[in-house]
Design a binder for this molecule. Structure first.
Ligand code: TNX
Length: 523
């Protein structure tokens, strides 16, 4: 052999070796259930020999005819059909279980699974997904989606095989409230955008969407007794373009769409500050009886409802009354933040009275952490965003705390100094910073048993459309979802970043405009 042939032979060996290694490692990865990158990370995953393959004959079998089960079965069929091109029928059947089918049933005997947990068993060539409640099945379905190859998320037929390695997953969340907040007041987002947002956060098992429906720059929900709130207050937004609002019908449609995806809608009407849009709509709500001008800037903290006028409380009763009637969930969010031009001696009785109004409507109050300065009702919840002392004061009064630390969980903060969108008053938040915190130990005086859950807000002063929103939200919200689901001791950035990197193909297939942080080993 001359030198050139030797070199060629050596190269051939290298290339063959590399291909062989690649083949073995893909085979290994896909033949091992516990090797798959799941987010949120399940409580336990145990691998077994064998696998499940979805075929043209595969059927989704529900354990009984109740409508919730039918909905969930149909939802799963809707997720698996487009990419596989298989019809995916949903049937009820008492017959013997057979390979290739997916069985969904409610009535697991495992109490630890709670309302939202589930168990997936992949054995004998079939899948059994069981849970105590429909919410658990829904969460299990999100896991199932991630067990299939990423192209399962495609909207057009792709080549199989659609295989999942055998084993058992047992899973349940640490926090029962896992939320996202969308500010539709600074920039308005259409119903279809909100629905896409719901679809995307549901993948990662978030179960609350808090809608920030009013602020200085716009009022976004129809209130029949106060029509100018939307005809005037809804017309503006940041930057001076035309705003928008949801009719009550559209809002109800969002609530229903969200509920079908295990997501609760919490509406927020911010007060007594952040109220320019309503003060511009109704002169009589101002202490001086004069309407303000519509506002399209981005300053905060310069407006207040007139706390000394009786009409103000009539207004609030009407607004929350109409909202309560179309909001099936237990909470109404009253804002309460940055009321810089409301004197504390006016702020305190105001918040007390608003809590009473909401209580009479049979709803519970959530408010930004400043509301802890008032006398909290036992079932009111303080949303921590800025001041630890406020959160701790809330706990002292027996309230629960919702954790939204601005320095970690605010998805409108820039990633770094090169980010084109976003603000940075709470600092830059790279993907590791939004992941590396523990809700249960972050704030002195607030511990696990005081915490209702975790929520990641996105404020939209600088965010004008869905592409921009996705760039700021993804991938940080995926980390928030992982940490809200996991137990306090299991968070580890180095382990998580690999799982996140392995989501790349899924995110691309879903057309999510995510930020490709250099800290993440994207695959
Ligand atoms: C503070 S967080 C606000 C919002 C802004 C946000 C921008 C909070 C309760 N109030 O009004 O939009 O900062 O990051």
């Amino acid at each position: 052999m001359n030198l050139i042939t030797q070199k060629k032979a050596f190269k051939l060996i290298l290339v063959t070796g590399f291909i062989f290694f690649q083949l073995v490692s893909t085979a290994l990865a896909s033949s091992d259930l516990s090797g798959l990158s799941l987010i949120p990370k399940p409580v336990s995953v145990i691998s077994a020999a064998g696998n499940f393959t979805l075929t043209t004959k595969s059927t989704i079998i529900i354990s009984d005819q109740r409508t919730e089960l039918k909905h969930i079965g149909t939802y799963l069929a809707g997720k698996l059909s487009p990419a596989t091109g298989f019809g995916m029928a949903v049937k009820t059947s008492a017959e013997k279980q057979s390979a290739g089918n997916i069985y969904l049933s409610i009535g697991s005997k495992d109490n630890k699974l709670g309302d939202e947990g589930y168990q997936i068993s992949i054995k004998g060539g079939l899948i059994n997904l069981t849970a105590n409640k429909p919410a658990g099945l829904f969460n299990g379905i999100q896991t199932l989606r991630q067990l299939f190859p990423a192209k399962i998320e495609s909207s057009s037929p792709q080549a199989g095989p659609w295989q999942i390695p055998a084993g058992t997953i047992r899973d349940y969340p640490e926090y029962s409230y896992r939320g996202a907040m969308l500010d539709v007041a600074r920039h308005f987002f259409q119903v279809n955008d909100v629905k896409r947002y719901i679809d995307l956060i549901a993948i990662y098992k978030l179960n609350v969407l808090h809608l920030h429906l009013s602020d200085d720059q716009g009022w976004r929900i129809e209130i029949k007794k106060w029509p100018k709130l939307t005809s005037i207050g809804g017309s503006s937004q940041v930057g001076g373009e035309k705003g928008g609002f949801y009719t009550q019908e559209q809002y109800s449609d969002i609530v229903k769409y969200a509920a079908e995806r295990n997501i609760l809608i919490i509406p927020e009407i911010d007060m007594p500050g952040h109220t320019n849009a309503c003060l511009a709509s109704y002169p009589e709500l101002n202490c001086n009886g004069k309407a303000t001008e519509l506002y399209s800037g981005t300053e905060v903290g310069f407006t207040s409802l007139c706390t000394s006028k009786e009409l103000t409380y009539q207004f609030i009763s009407d607004v929350f009354g109409e909202l309560a009637a179309i909001t099936p969930g237990p909470y109404l969010h009253i804002g309460g933040d940055e009321s810089h031009v409301t004197k504390l001696e006016d702020y305190i009785p105001f918040v007390n009275r608003v809590q009473e109004i909401v209580g009479k409507l049979g709803k519970k109050v959530i408010g930004w952490d400043e509301i802890a300065l008032s006398t909290l009702r036992p079932n009111s919840c303080v949303q921590y965003w800025a001041k630890g002392e406020n959160a701790a004061l809330g706990v002292k009064q027996g309230a629960k705390v919702l954790m939204s630390p601005a320095a970690n969980a605010y998805l409108d903060m820039k990633y770094d100094s090169t980010s084109l969108l976003g603000l940075f008053w709470a600092g830059f938040i790279e993907v590791d910073k939004s992941y590396n915190w523990d809700p249960a130990t972050l704030v002195p005086g607030v511990s696990k048993e005081n915490i209702l859950g975790v929520e990641a807000p996105v404020w939209t002063e600088t965010i004008t459309n869905m592409k921009e929103l996705e760039q700021m939200v993804f991938p940080r919200i995926i980390g928030i979802a992982d940490l809200a689901w996991r137990s306090s001791t299991s968070g580890n950035w180095n382990e998580y970043k690999v799982r996140l990197g392995n989501q790349a193909e899924r995110l691309k297939t879903l057309n999510i405009n995510y930020y490709q942080s250099k800290l993440v080993p994207w695959k």
